[in-house]
Write a protein that binds this ligand. Structure first.
Ligand SMILES: [Zn+2]
Ligand SMILES: [Zn+2]
Length: 409
């Protein structure tokens, strides 16, 4: 995976160079090789001789050269964020089914549980994602009055707009479900939101009580039921049929795979404080915030999920090959629904390094600037494995073989 050159992000790196060590020292939670690795990789990112590279050369005129640094794959790295978005979009696009109507539903956690989530992330997050999918199935079933199994793609997001810890789920759900006979697909046109809010509250709180089983959590759960008799905030994004979107995946990507604080949102860093801005959902305005550097680093690293944790999961018909089985039923049911837009979801191919580079600079990175011919891979170097490929050696070997023949009697 290769990262395209991005705008200057040296400020972000500088913040970690200056303050990561004292930060880690002060917070034992982050004193692990995993976090040390995330930061080290991120700091080396963009430096070809540290992170590895692919060198292209023009084999026609011998003058053109282009070096592509490998991407670091660190979840902390803002330089690689664009690569993550593109990969996410293509990953999700591949599992969305053309012609099926999906809804984008957001399930939130009340502020009173944020600390509980943060402190128990390793056990709670997985159960949290599963209970989001379960909640929708139960909701659909109750609305229709019989057991339905829909499909959902659940994405975990732990930050709000300003980078604070704010766990919530983005669910891309089919707008109905299979009734178990595998013959009928029930499409739900209308969703009673009041019911969804109460059901989500029940699912979330039951999951927390069962997963954590402490007196403190039980008390919080009771308080939450009393405090929010109408249920919890759930948000069904308007325009359920994604006809107006070129791509549902790209539309959702803007909500879910953005880094907590992007490079372009950092306005100032004076060695002690960081100023950044973000667009607030609440006020619909651009808000500026200045925080101590320690708070800033905390906001960035608290969103890294446990090692190996999958932030996107697939449930129900969306999860397995069962989709192929119910597909005919789905399409037959949807054909009867008014206003169905065929091919509402457009499948997007994965953007390559070349396309990303061309999009951001307007220049083809692999065209020789001297003779305009296509350049070719000359050498690949990896920090662990050393030189993986060397065209010069290949040519040399070829030359030796032929000269040896000529030198013969
Ligand atoms: Zn990177
Ligand atoms: Zn050339």
């Amino acid at each position: 995976m290769l990262a395209a050159p991005s705008r200057d992000w040296s400020v972000f790196k500088q913040i970690f160079v200056d303050h990561w060590e004292p930060f880690q020292h002060a917070h034992s939670r982050y004193q692990t090789p995993y976090y040390a690795g995330l930061v080290a990789k991120m700091l080396a990112c963009g430096t070809p001789e540290k992170i590895g590279y692919i060198e292209y050369r023009c084999l026609h005129c011998g003058q053109g050269k282009h070096l592509v640094a490998m991407s670091c794959k660190s979840s902390l790295c803002l330089r690689c964020a664009k690569v993550h978005v593109d990969n996410w979009v293509s990953q999700v696009s591949q599992v969305l089914h053309a012609g099926v109507i999906y809804r984008h539903i957001i399930l939130t956690v009340p502020a009173m549980f944020r600390t509980t989530f943060y402190q128990n992330a390793a056990v709670v997050l997985r159960a949290f994602m599963r209970c989001g999918a379960q909640c929708l199935d139960d909701f659909y079933s109750e609305v229709r009055g019989k057991a339905l199994r829909g499909g959902s793609i659940v994405v975990l997001q732990t930050h709000g707009r300003n980078g604070q810890y704010h766990p919530h789920l983005h669910v891309i759900a089919t707008s109905g479900g299979d009734d178990g006979q595998q013959a009928r697909w029930e499409h739900l046109q209308y969703l009673p939101y009041a019911l969804l809010r109460r059901q989500w509250q029940w699912h979330l709180l039951t999951m927390l009580r069962q997963t954590l089983q402490t007196e403190a959590v039980k008390r919080l759960v009771d308080t939450c039921f009393t405090k929010y008799p109408e249920g919890l905030v759930t948000n069904v994004q308007k325009g359920q049929v994604p006809a107006q979107y070129q791509s549902l995946a790209r539309y959702v990507a803007q909500y879910v795979v953005s880094p907590p604080i992007a490079v372009r949102r950092i306005d100032r860093y004076d060695g002690h404080r960081v100023t950044y801005h973000y667009r607030s959902h609440r006020t619909a305005r651009v808000e500026h915030e200045t925080v101590e550097v320690e708070t800033f680093i905390g906001r960035m690293v608290q969103h890294t999920v446990p090692k190996g944790f999958k932030r996107i999961r697939y449930y129900g018909v969306q999860a397995t090959k069962t989709f192929a089985k119910v597909k005919v039923a789905i399409q037959a049911a949807l054909a009867k629904v008014e206003g169905v837009v065929k091919g509402a979801v457009k499948i997007i191919a994965r953007l390559t390094y070349r396309q990303r580079y061309e999009q951001s600079t307007g220049r083809d990175p692999f065209r020789c600037p001297h003779c305009q011919r296509e350049m070719e891979v000359w050498r690949i170097w990896h920090p662990t494995y050393g030189v993986i490929y060397d065209e010069g050696e290949v040519i040399k070997r070829g030359t030796y073989a032929s000269s040896a023949q000529r030198a013969g009697p």
